[in-house]
Design a binder for this molecule. Structure first.
Ligand code: CP3
Length: 354
């Protein structure tokens, strides 16, 4: 396993000292930083207006849209970090895989990957494939000033699930059938995706992103031993290459309570905890790493005082961690009222000011 290294400090002192980067490095921040997974997107009327008549993947390839959509939640909420507006399947699209993101469904792949020949037909990613990403990140970093930009990639298992199933899946049955039944094809596929993910993160950090998150959203479908055998070495390779870039690495999945120790060991600086795991337990399983999370994303639909009382509990539990980045336990649900997220952001800032 790669050794854990301390990420270096960015050149801009205000950025380096931002609450988000301090917490991610396990240092004392001025307040507990907060951002929300899927903070950009359909919950915001200004996003829906901008996306009118523009396909999801097309919007990811147009720097002026990427910049504006990424900045929208930062302006609206004053969150402590921006997340780059893109999607986990974007790098596959960029290398030429025939796929689309269908509204209300998610990523759909025209010819699912099942054989060694299918895997070998997927090109490796070079920076030229994603020059629009370099352009978008550069512009964003200039606009964001001392607010950090989080780059991201999909982890090999989660991306493999879309490629093998051909679309979203609850059971991941075809994916696991390949994993159990054709280990050589599986290994080649995971290596291919890991290489693409690492190269994609390298592009984002080279252009100025100051942290990265590896999304293994569906890893919770695996038993700990299957995760360790079939998935963890590949995620570890991505995280190792990201670690060489010297930025903090967040490793997140959903339903991963039993996997958190291994996800930490795969090479995370910050372990993302979903809302099903009591944060205190997540902190213990993160083995000395900083943590991110983990308010139940449905609590925004509760009365404000109920939501804030639960947020206070999360903040309190987070004090036991070497660093705590406040977030929801998964992405913002599209029907979320943005005013609730504004109240939540203000509350986290006020409640945690040191
Ligand atoms: O604000 C942000 O978090 C940044 C943007 C972002 C998107 N997708 C934009 C998006 C990020 C970080 C992702 C990651 C992503 N994409 C994940 C991992 C995170 C997670 O939610 O677990 C996964 C599994 C995907 C695959 C994917 N893409 C799904 C499941 C969907 C939703 C399908 C739907 O319509 O409900 C997408 C589409 C997508 N990606 C949207 C957005 C804003 C919605 C499409 C639209 O606005 O038209």
């Amino acid at each position: 396993m790669p050794e854990q290294t301390s990420p270096p400090v960015p050149a801009d002192p205000a950025l380096a000292d931002s609450a988000f980067l301090r917490a991610a490095r396990g240092e004392e921040p001025s307040h507990t930083p907060v951002w929300f997974m899927r903070q950009a997107g359909r919950s915001l009327p200004e996003y829906r207006a901008l996306r009118e008549g523009v396909g999801m993947l097309e919007s990811c390839m147009r720097p002026e849209l990427v910049v504006e959509i990424t900045l929208q939640p930062v302006r609206r909420y004053g969150v402590d970090a921006a997340i780059f507006f893109s999607d986990i399947v974007l790098p596959l699209k960029a290398v030429g895989v025939d796929l689309d993101i269908k509204p209300g469904i998610g990523p759909v792949v025209a010819s699912p990957v099942r054989t060694m020949a299918d895997v070998e037909a997927i090109p490796d990613l070079t920076p030229d494939h994603v020059d629009f990403v370099t352009e978008s990140v550069r512009q964003l970093v200039a606009e964001l000033g001392s607010t950090p930009l989080i780059g991201f990639a999909g982890a090999p298992f989660t991306v493999a699930s879309y490629l093998v199933e051909g679309g979203p899946s609850k059971e991941h049955a075809k994916t696991k059938a390949l994993m159990f039944g054709a280990p050589d094809v599986w290994d080649a596929l995971m290596r291919k995706i890991a290489g693409i993910a690492a190269a994609y993160l390298e592009v984002q950090v080279a252009a100025g992103a100051s942290a990265v998150q590896l999304f293994d959203s569906w890893a919770g479908a695996l038993t700990p031993t299957d995760y360790e055998q079939f998935v963890m070495p590949h995620s570890a390779r991505v995280l190792e290459r990201a670690g060489a870039l010297g930025v903090p690495r967040i490793h997140f999945g959903v339903g991963t309570g039993e996997l958190l120790g291994r996800m930490a060991e795969a090479g995370a600086d910050v372990v993302g905890i979903d809302w099903r795991v009591p944060l205190a337990d997540g902190i213990a399983r993160a083995r000395g790493r900083a943590v991110q999370g983990n308010l139940d994303p449905t609590l925004v639909f509760a009365p404000t005082e109920v939501m804030l009382a639960r947020a206070a509990e999360v903040l309190e539990a987070g004090r036991a961690a070497p660093g705590h980045v406040f977030n929801l336990g998964h992405g913002v649900i599209p029907s979320t009222d943005p005013d609730q997220l504004a109240r939540l952001t203000d509350f986290v800032h006020e409640q945690s000011a040191r």
